[in-house]
Write a protein that binds this ligand. Sequence first.
Ligand code: G6P
Length: 590
Amino acid sequence: MCGIVGYSGKRPAAPALLAALARLEYRGYDSAGIATVFGGDLHIKKGIGKLEQVEENCSLSHLPGNSGIGHVRWATHGGVTTGNAHPHCDCEHYIAVAHNGIIDNFEALKRRLSKTHTFVSQTDTEVIAHLVEEYLEPGAPLEQAVGRAVKDLKGTYALVVASPVEPGKLVACRQGSPLVLGIGKGETYVASDFQAFLDSTRQVVFIEDGEMVVLTHNLFHIYGRDGKRLRRPPVMLDNSLVKAEKEGYDYFMLKEIMEQPDAILATLRQDKQTLQKAAGLISRSRNVVFTACGTSRHAALIGRYLFSSVAHRLSDVIIASEFGYFGEAVNEETVVIAVSQSGETADVLEGVREAKNRGAKVLSIINTVGSSLARVSDRVLYLGCGPEISVAATKSFISQLVIFYLLAFTLAGRLEEATGELARLAAEIKENLAANNYAVPEVADLLSGKDKFYYIARGINYAVAGEAALKLKEVAYVHAESMPAGELKHGTLALIEEGTPVVAITPCDVTREHMLANVAEVKARGAFVIGVSDLPNNLFDAFVEVPQVAEVYYPLVSIIPLQLFAFYSAIARGLDPDRPRNLAKSVTVK
Ligand code: G6P
């Protein structure tokens, strides 16, 4: 969370920084700011709200100069105020810092510095600017002061510093938060994600933990933890990573839902050997544990089911933030399957590092190339579904499922069977989406006044219910709870009253009969039942039809109308589904 960017070049910096921040907004959008260096001074503007609002109110893009830094914030320390927005400065307004991460020891540092420095914000970040000020010596390079300052920091950071002390120079450091350089013609960028500058350059250099980089418009020097200069040539990103435009849609969320058939096909293009090696890791292990958060965890729950039903392997799924509490049981015979769209989720990374320390092997399933998770894993399978911008994950979920089908069927020695069926399904889903075959906008409108929803399902579809409920909570701000349908009678049934919406995923599979019995139970108590199925039933008040498929594939077809339902529920309530309140796409804090 939080996105940082720095630019040094020949063009005006502020518009370049603003464009880059717009592509980082998925990381935070409660406030934003830019600082540029010009005429021997720092020029700073910042404000609260989404980037376009801040630009409208403060004209960030009019700041002068050819170098500067920018930030989009997701508040951790200090409320959402202009004073807490980044960049932050030292006492003399001579050093500007943009930071992503959390400085754990900021209170102690602030106490120490407060004797001689004046603090104006509640943030942890501000201590960095004052530390650099403290260490800056006349005539000495800026990087020397930044290098000393970061030695005092405990916690996580990707930070970038600009100062008129050396106009055109930026100094950036990384410890636990992502940082990547973009090397253009006569200009350089540093950012939390290469998406920030992809319209200017695709030549990138990934920065590792403990490293510092010094940038000017035409050079970049990387230094290791020991202060020694490192040589690392840029790599060229391929075209498939560049697809972060709305392409005619009003919202990324809808665009990404509609892209799902292509996402299935893209994820199917796995290198067979890599897939076999990943499956080998699993088959040689004694214990298989998935770790993930949010949507990726729901995908993992379906993965667990597939491993059991297709490959006859028992496994467990542990929420990443809870993973550490199970550490004692992790050893050399464990394979940890870390599932993360971004590959930057702090809780996932921490669990994986701990598992590695205990001798476990790590197989990661990631979308973002070059992410931190990729670099600490033994093996990686990439989703390849292209950048996902909407905070609410959709196409990455579908692609994660595809990976689990591929792994489960590889383990069972039936890979060809799965690839054929998945390709056929992709075509069928595409047809349904194109023909607008899911009648969800009408149902979303009808139920737009309801403030609690229940999602029920059984077996492999249960995790779909969880994911569908999460989507509704995230983008429509409606309380939604999911549960295995059989569990209703153990408490939640007490909450069902006249008109309570209950979404029942009831395909014609092994769960159908029992599901219908549970649907009858809620119906008898007045529930309004939305049946998601390939077969209508009199018990359903609204019917969302999905194609009939072989049992294990129902999650792929049933989640899509429910993602659309969440999307249209947000629209019906006048909300922006791409930027839900309080959330961010990449959660780099614990
Ligand atoms: C955040 C996002 C979710 C996402 C979760 C895990 O909460 O808002 O959409 O599912 O993080 O992210 P990851 O990148 O690890 O899959």
